[in-house]
Design a protein around this ligand. Structure first.
Ligand code: NAD
Length: 354
């Protein structure tokens, strides 16, 4: 099995690469532009593996993608490359439009040309998995869950760009017959998560005795998915998902943001005690504009049709994650120094930065 993955130096992509290279023993080509969010240090475990190779390239570069398809001759594409941070999309959406929409279009076109020329057996087996987000569905009230048939209603430039890419992928299936599968997942967490995202930011600030900034009143609910559970789900969906279908991936772990932060504080109190309890560092800050109130995934289709189950509960996953950050300063320290810590995504900033 030869898998071409995009965005494999990012948070979820690197978990997928480690899973495919080390456990599944697939031949893997990782294509990544190495933006601020991508780092090869997340791939130390596979760097010297004979079944792994890396290509630094932009998915918007059609010539480079065409060459990569021809040289590597993949059986399967797993497309994860994206601009992924909502707050950054509020400050400036151009990169989100380029990579998430134009880049996905470019990859679809290269995949279509490559797939059309395959001999019948390989053409039949070929799959293009597009990895997307539950944020395309907008916000939930206190009740209900997102299912695969929930109408799209994105709130942020990020989620709108992902929604656009999902529509392109589905259209390439209907119009050209490209064998695609789409997955929409909830918020991931776990090792190798870029330090500006909520969970790592809280762990690292708590470690350093810095304020723990919670947006608004902290009541926004997210449905947390451990990244290694997600990596397994993506492999299963790419392998056995029905062509043209969408599969929602979620861990059945809804938590209010403030409860996530409080749990991290509790773990830090026992693993790295300070004079004062860590929850004294919590500081409520101005909310994100257009902040969706609640996301929650119904993963029944993936569970019943393809037999996937999340192995981590939020309790087991968050403890593993906190311990990982405590033990792996070599990984996060250089990234944390590169990331300024300036608050992103405040109203008005978009006007200043264009
Ligand atoms: P990430 O930001 O950590 O990684 C993205 C990777 O894509 C980086 O390595 C980056 O260098 C690369 N990249 C960006 N632009 C590129 C380009 N033009 N060409 C080639 N490579 C490029 O993102 P992530 O959290 O790992 O998310 C992976 C995918 O999963 C994304 O498509 C995202 O929309 C989706 N997703 C993420 C979450 C989450 O909680 N993190 C939730 C739902 C969906």
């Amino acid at each position: 099995m030869r898998v071409l993955i995009t965005g494999g130096a990012g948070f979820i992509g690197s978990a997928v690469v480690r899973h495919l290279v080390l456990e599944k023993r697939y031949e893997v080509l990782n294509i990544d532009k190495l933006t601020y969010a991508g780092t090869q240090t997340s791939l130390e475990a596979v760097r010297d593996a004979a079944n792994y190779r890396f290509l630094r390239a932009d998915i918007c570069d059609g010539e480079a993608m065409t060459r990569a398809f021809a040289d590597f001759a993949p059986d399967r594409i797993m497309h994860l490359a994206a601009e992924s941070h909502v707050d950054r999309s509020i400050n400036g959406a151009q990169d989100f439009i380029n990579t998430n929409i134009v880049g996905t279009f470019m990859l679809l076109e290269c995949a279509r040309a490559y797939w059309s020329a395959l001999e019948p057996a390989r053409r039949h087996a070929f799959r293009f998995l597009h990895v997307s987000t539950d944020e395309v569905y907008g916000s939930l009230g206190e009740e209900g869950l997102f299912t695969e048939t929930t109408a799209y209603d994105p709130s942020s430039p990020y989620s709108a760009s992902k929604a656009a890419s999902d529509h392109l992928v589905k259209a390439w299936a209907r119009t050209y017959g490209l064998p695609v599968v789409v997955s929409n997942c909830s918020n991931n967490y776990g090792p190798y998560h870029f330090p500006e995202k909520l969970i790592p930011l809280m762990i690292l600030n708590a470690m350093e005795g810095k304020p723990l900034p919670v947006y608004g009143n902290g009541a926004n609910v997210r449905d947390w998915l451990y990244v290694e559970d997600h990596a397994r789900a993506l492999d299963i969906i790419a392998e056995r998902g029905r062509i043209g279908e969408t599969y929602n991936v979620g861990g059945r772990n809804e938590r209010r943001n403030i409860d996530v932060v409080t749990r991290i504080c509790g773990l830090m109190d026992s693993l790295r005690p300070r004079a004062m309890p860590h929850d004294r560092l919590i500081a409520y800050v101005t909310d994100r504009p257009g902040h969706d109130a609640r996301y929650a995934i119904d993963a029944t289709k993936l569970e019943t049709e393809l037999g996937w189950r999340a192995q981590e509960t939020f309790e087991t996953g968050i403890e593993k994650t906190v311990r990982w950050y405590l033990d792996n300063e070599w990984w996060w320290r250089p990234l944390r120094e590169r990331y300024s810590g300036t608050r992103l995504g405040l109203p008005g900033d978009a006007l200043k930065t264009g």
